[in-house]
Design a protein around this ligand. Sequence first.
Ligand SMILES: Cc1cc2nc3c(=O)[nH]c(=O)nc-3n(C[C@H](O)[C@H](O)[C@H](O)COP(=O)(O)OP(=O)(O)OC[C@H]3O[C@@H](n4cnc5c(N)ncnc54)[C@H](O)[C@@H]3O)c2cc1C
Length: 446
Amino acid sequence: MTLTDLPKSTTYAIVGAGVHGLSTALHLARELAATGRGSGADVVVLDKTAPGAGATGIACGCVRNFYMTEPLHDILRHSLDVWMEDPVNYAFQQVGYISCGEGNQIDDYGRIHRHQNDVGYPSDLYVGAEGKAFLKAIWPDFVTDGIDVVLHEKKSGYAGTRQFVRGLVEKCEAAGVRILSGVEVLDYESENGTVRSILTDRGRMKVDMVILSVGAWVGKHWSLLGKPATISCGYADGRAVEKDMWTYWRLLEGEVYVDEPYRTAIDGDPPVLHVEMMNTPVVDPATGKEIQDHLYVYWKNGAERMDRPGVQGGTIPIRIGPEAMIDPYGHANDEYQADDWFADYMCAAMGQLMGRFEGCRKNFRERRNGGVGAFTPDNVPVFDWIAPNVYMTADSNHGFKMAGVGKLLARELVRGETPAALKPFAFTRFAEGRTFGASNSHSPWV
Ligand SMILES: Cc1cc2nc3c(=O)[nH]c(=O)nc-3n(C[C@H](O)[C@H](O)[C@H](O)COP(=O)(O)OP(=O)(O)OC[C@H]3O[C@@H](n4cnc5c(N)ncnc54)[C@H](O)[C@@H]3O)c2cc1C
């Protein structure tokens, strides 16, 4: 992570040292070496701040596969391979993941469960009384009224974000990749659409290929490359809808200290929990007033970012619109911290769901929290070429868990064939009438 002079040229320039930039760099170095076509010395990663300065460094760290968008299941299967390659240095806790919902989502859960198993990412499904019993066996104080369906992914879990970034950086550097911190990309110089060099605040670097992995900053780079602010999105039924290419949402997350260790009935680290009850209001126990007419929360043990034992979680993000102030990022940004009502909401929802969290509002950790993400027109990632030599990993703010995208991409960059798992995320889907549609959830993470 040293600041060295900018090389005059490189074969692969990766802009952004978050999960996608670092994973791509690492796997590119490995692919190049394995095929005898080069090495990590051909890869330069530039970050205007430092590795983990974007969403990767402040994510909740949940690694799950519960998506209504079926092609994501395969991406997560590949990602799990990366997490499991070195769970210690990636700080991956394979505690599992549980999602629960009401009767209106039983069919969706059934579809997700079947498809996950089809692609080799196993999950178990429990409906009705079986689901309630399953939850109570793990958390005896779980208030299961209204919960009709439960999905359990045993292979999922959570990871410590800073440790994960450190693990990736160490592996990249050991493979000979140069990671330059404090180098800001200011512009791209192109000839007939092909980027020939990158202009930075530390000089110009000639490039053969650019991998754009800039997270929430993607809109800025998109327009630097001369791309339009809106796009026509074609759907399978023949409709075409003009949409903003990027829509910013701000995430509401926070932490709650625990008086007693947060453990399961058999004294284990509990699975990551995610509950969406679309027809159940969240009521403030202090005032008796409804805070929101539906419940959506997730939480897990607080891991490395808590100063003492606690849990960390969040709820549905809030739409900002096509413009947002990305800098300063994350906890440093005055505009986009979790709202005041969030603490009341999170604690009330947790108390409604588990006896141990009743009255936990006093344990909410008051500090800056939250962050901004850039979402695509259909809220599903775009992993594709956007110029003859520019590849964009725009994960629509789904992607701390997607450690495997860089591995799949490295294969494509070196071997020239698009892996099947990446194909559904092509940018051409909008023009070709394959824009992903709406789903049965209040959340944009679909
Ligand atoms: C609060 C929060 C919680 C989240 N929780 C989860 C979760 O639990 N699970 C999950 O899977 N996902 C989660 N996400 C989403 C996930 O964190 C992101 O989708 C993912 O980390 C994005 O990774 P990235 O590599 O694309 O971008 P980032 O991690 O944002 O990295 C982009 C990098 O680009 C650099 N950069 C930007 N512009 C320039 C430039 N001009 N020149 C050089 N460098 C530049 C930045 O400094 C930054 O380091 C969460 C997101 C947020 C905000």
